[in-house]
Design a protein around this ligand. Structure first.
Ligand SMILES: Cc1cc2nc3c(=O)[nH]c(=O)nc-3n(C[C@H](O)[C@H](O)[C@H](O)COP(=O)(O)OP(=O)(O)OC[C@H]3O[C@@H](n4cnc5c(N)ncnc54)[C@H](O)[C@@H]3O)c2cc1C
Length: 364
């Protein structure tokens, strides 16, 4: 999409600021094949890839937004550290700014929290070309209005992220991913709800549409086996090991890569709502995965976007479009966007960045 434009590669913050100030409309393009809307100034942060500061003993890292996620993961791994939220759908081109802007967290968020919880500072260029620095480089930081967290999932609509500080965790000494297969979706769902209420600390707790629970445990190797036995006793079922286990998962299992066709939806929901969601969406959505203890549903469909939006409205849910050939970014129930719109107005009064909810400018 959109090869008839010039891709700008600013190499200093002041050039980046001028580009935003002098352009009527701006989009950020981290990967070659990501869409760039027509008539926008397309900008890449390819020149901003530095590790600004890494203090393993403080468990914090500050990186420029154009840094490749895979490079940062390798640097952390050399010090025995990692991002426990399982950044999703990453490959060699994925950038730090991109994962923050998309705001996807993988199964590992079940135990340690979502991507948003790991950001302790962030810098960005707003719609007027101001370079705003927020948060701090230490884990304990004075309370205040939490702009860093607002940028998570903003998809480039509030500003261009230039740098971010993350807290990071030590890599687990050992880990194991196991499956519990139930003979119906309902039984798997009941087990997921029971585990969510239990004392078990599970790195990951996902459910697929066949009723299989996918669980990752980590810690001391010996303790993992003891905990698996306790899980078997509680669930009244024996586990299957996962043949190709990994310390973390970069795609929700069974969606092996970023889909090139169709629509991939991310739905925030409560774990109890899953049964109704699954029953409603099953006929049109061949891949359904309930992640992060059931708080996030990943749904793949080849249906029309309007039909899916209608089904979501009937469930009183809204979904973020993670991928698909549509300019819509959020579909389903039209939840009030007053807060987002106020932030958008404050940070980008001239609407230089594409809004998340372009169709409802008056819903403040
Ligand atoms: C093969 C493959 C193809 C993919 N294609 C897409 C795709 O077309 N669209 C998509 O959304 N995800 C896509 N993804 C998922 C995406 O790559 C992941 O979420 C990734 O972790 C972050 O994306 P990125 O750095 O490549 O940014 P992009 O995919 O280029 O951008 C993702 C979003 O973030 C915004 N963004 C990027 N950098 C910044 C920044 N510095 N400041 C503010 N906003 C920013 C962009 O405007 C866009 O809205 C793809 C993943 C793979 C593996």
């Amino acid at each position: 999409m959109g090869n008839d434009f010039k891709l700008h590669v600013p190499d200093t913050i002041s050039v980046l600021k001028s580009l935003v100030r002098d352009s009527p409309s701006v989009s950020i393009k981290a990967r070659d094949d990501s869409p760039s809307p027509p008539n926008t100034t397309a900008i890449t942060l390819a020149a901003f890839q530095k590790i600004v500061e890494y203090q393993p003993e403080e468990y914090t890292i500050t990186v420029e937004a154009g840094a490749k996620v895979s490079d940062v993961i390798s640097i952390l791994a050399e010090q025995g550290q990692y991002f426990p939220f399982d950044p999703l759908f990453i490959d060699k081109d994925s950038t730090i700014g991109g994962i923050i802007a998309n705001g996807y967290s993988g199964p590992g968020a079940n135990r340690y929290g979502i991507l948003r919880d790991f950001i302790i500072g962030l810098s960005f260029i707003d719609g007027q070309g101001n370079h705003i620095k927020t948060g701090g480089k230490v884990v304990k930081n004075a309370a205040g209005f939490d702009i860093p967290k607002l940028m998570v999932g903003s998809r480039g609509s509030l500003g261009i992220i230039t740098e971010s500080t993350f807290k990071v965790f030590p890599l687990p000494q050992a880990y194991k991913t196991i499956l519990f297969r139930f003979d119906s979706f309902e039984k798997g769902h009941t087990a997921l709800l029971a585990l969510g209420r239990s004392q078990f600390t599970l790195d990951a707790l996902d459910l697929d549409s066949k009723g299989t629970l996918i669980i990752r445990l980590s810690g001391q190797a010996a303790s993992i086996d003891t905990r698996i036995q306790a899980l078997e006793t509680m669930l009244g079922s024996t586990h299957d090991p996962l043949s190709r286990d990994k310390p973390f998962w970069q795609v929700p299992l069974n969606l092996q890569s970023y889909p090139k066709t169709g629509l991939l939806l991310k739905i925030p929901n409560s774990p109890t709502a899953i049964a109704e969601i699954d029953a409603k969406l099953a006929p049109n959505c061949p891949h359904r995965r309930y992640s992060i203890g059931g708080f996030v549903s990943w749904i793949y469909s080849e249906s029309e976007v309007n039909d899916l939006s209608q089904s979501l409205k009937e469930l009183d849910l809204s979904a973020q479009i993670a991928s698909g050939d549509t300019l819509e970014q959020v579909i389903g129930t039209d939840h009030p966007k007053a807060f987002y719109n106020r932030i958008k107005q404050a940070l980008d009064p001239q609407q230089k960045f594409i809004a998340l909810y372009p169709k409802t400018p008056s819903s403040t």
